[in-house]
Design a protein around this ligand. Structure first.
Ligand code: HEC
Length: 193
């Protein structure tokens, strides 16, 4: 882990040591605001697509949509906002969404907070890190809770037909067995400063 600790996780009031600002980086508050906007856009875009597909063809149609459209839609939101945005989880469905070590540590902290009863809607974390090439990068994550609409594909009573379809597309699928209110994963963002 980086020198800044993972102590600050609740709510949107995220504090940083003043050393972070010393070399004239953009204002962290501004970055958090931009990051949140990007997350909102991705969440809305994916939800709209999912809801439309569920309405027109149920889970089997919606799985196809998630499978083929989640990645290009995520890329287009990244480009539009000029942020790198994605989703990740400790229990993955799509191996492309694998967390790196920084993300894994934040997810583990989120899970710990969730176990202690934290309000997942408020669970977010951001930090400026220095990457392997010495580049300063602003990173941010926001928890994704399980809702009712997610159960048909991520819950513990997935219909046999749906399970079969998921088995075929995601042989390593680990993203089942969640209950409403569980921590499903997180949005993850990056911006090179
Ligand atoms: C129709 C089935 C379906 C429904 C309903 C569904 N998902 Fe998914 N989910 C998928 C599929 C398929 C993937 C893998 C493709 C992708 O999005 O990368 C996925 C991937 C994800 C990921 C990315 C991490 C990973 O494991 O790969 C998250 C986070 C996620 N879903 C959360 C949710 C949430 C929250 C809801 C409810 C709002 C939801 N899903 C509803 C099928 C579904």
């Amino acid at each position: 882990m980086h020198k800044h600790t993972l102590a600050i996780l609740l709510g949107s009031t995220i504090t940083f040591s003043s050393a972070v600002f010393a070399d004239g980086h953009s204002d962290v508050k501004q970055l958090q605001t931009e990051g949140k906007k990007t997350i909102m856009d991705l969440a809305t875009t994916l939800k709209k697509e999912l809801t439309g597909a569920m309405k027109s063809g149920g889970p089997s149609e919606a799985i196809k949509v998630c499978n083929t459209k989640a990645a290009p839609l995520t890329d287009s939101v990244s480009e539009k906002h000029n942020w790198q945005v994605g989703r990740t989880s400790l229990k993955l469905r799509n191996p492309e969404n694998q967390a790196d070590s920084w993300e894994k540590a934040v997810l583990e902290k989120f899970q710990q907070q969730a176990d202690e009863g934290a309000d997942l809607a408020k669970l977010a974390y951001s930090e400026i890190i220095t990457d392997a090439s010495g580049q300063k990068v602003f990173r941010m994550m926001k928890a994704i809770p399980m809702g009712d609409k997610c159960l048909s594909c991520h819950g513990s009573e997935i219909k046999p037909g749906v399970a079969k379809q998921l088995d075929a597309l995601y042989p390593e699928d680990n993203a089942r067995g969640f209950s409403k209110g569980d921590l499903r994963g997180a949005f993850t963002l990056k911006k090179v400063l």
